[in-house]
Design a protein around this ligand. Sequence first.
Ligand code: SF4
Length: 408
Amino acid sequence: MINVDNNDTLNIMPWKIRLEASSFCQLRCPSCPNTTKAIHPVVGSGFLKLSDFQKIIDENPWLKEIELSNYGEIFLNPELLEIIKYAYKRDVALKADSGVNLNNVRESVLEGLVKYRFRSMTCSIDGASDETYKVYRVKGNFETVITNIKKINLFKQKYQSEYPRLNWQFVIFGHNEHEIPLARKLASELDMNFYLKLTYDDKFSPVRDQEYIRKLVGAASREEYKQKYGVEYLHETCHELWDNPQINWDGKVLGCCRNSRGDFGGNAFKDGLLESINSEKIKYARDMLLGKKAAREDIPCTTCSVYMTMKAKGNWLIRPPLSPGEFEHEYDLEKLQIITPRKRDFKMLVTPKFIGHYCENVFEDFISDLLMLRSWIKNKAHSRTMWVKKVIKNRINMRKIETRNNAT
Ligand code: SF4
């Protein structure tokens, strides 16, 4: 039995969740916690069952979007095609933007992604040649991945569909930094968004041309990013505790995609989704991240570097003043789908130094503006930054006025 705290108003009812389809992976990327087995005590090894997926959707009809990827490879789940079909039937958008390696996928599944409007997928491809790709994606094959992407594109033509939108994620290492321009070009030819990411393991093949990487992503390592901006790289992950909590393949509530330290109690399949994501423990964690409560030993965040940096700097998470579930009514899901793959582009355009936490907290407000920005992304690299800054300033002013009006 989980301990649900109903004594305050902070229960959440998000319209999207993260639900891992598979914690198995066939590759052996050297730094991955799946390879090192660091995640195994809590995450374990398994596949999301179709029956559990159906239960979650049937019992929570307000759910509009589910992210399926996290630690493992979703395409290893033998019931994936049925899961995709069921989501389509129930009008729930599926995404795999935490990453897929796309090495082993059945043709029927590739077709199903397009036919059943799988919304977006991020492919982890750290190189532009097989030789380079294999250094980190051990047991993977670059050509196979590219062939699978081409097949998806052919199905997109056949079904006259823009889905799934494809992203190319390139984790930067010393051994692959020279292939960034070629990978970017290939991504464009394959109609994929391209973005770069700093590795979390600075010891494995550290970047060589630090100045070059700094120019591209603002810092040459995650540690440098932290020193420069006062927050952990990808620190926005903590918002998942409110906006799209991570549920493990077996129903355990992990809260965010980064957490493999322990769960928050409760099981989304057995105890109910809302009960599990509003347990006493996870609500306490939310208060901890806002700086309202002290660290507690049984809360997984307590030993997470993101929380520890926040605590050390007193740089607590700031949440927008919106009520839970409000996004569901305010925004059109199709628009969100268009915007989501661009969120990372957006974060690169506006440096954390300029906008700090604020940019993330009012991010949802920018959706309509970003729809316009979308057409700028490809060609007007120089002027778009100024444009975004202008939009943000306006939005912040609007928010200040709203807050003032609400207070009076
Ligand atoms: S502090 Fe760490 S574990 Fe907790 S929500 Fe943030 S990223 Fe996840």
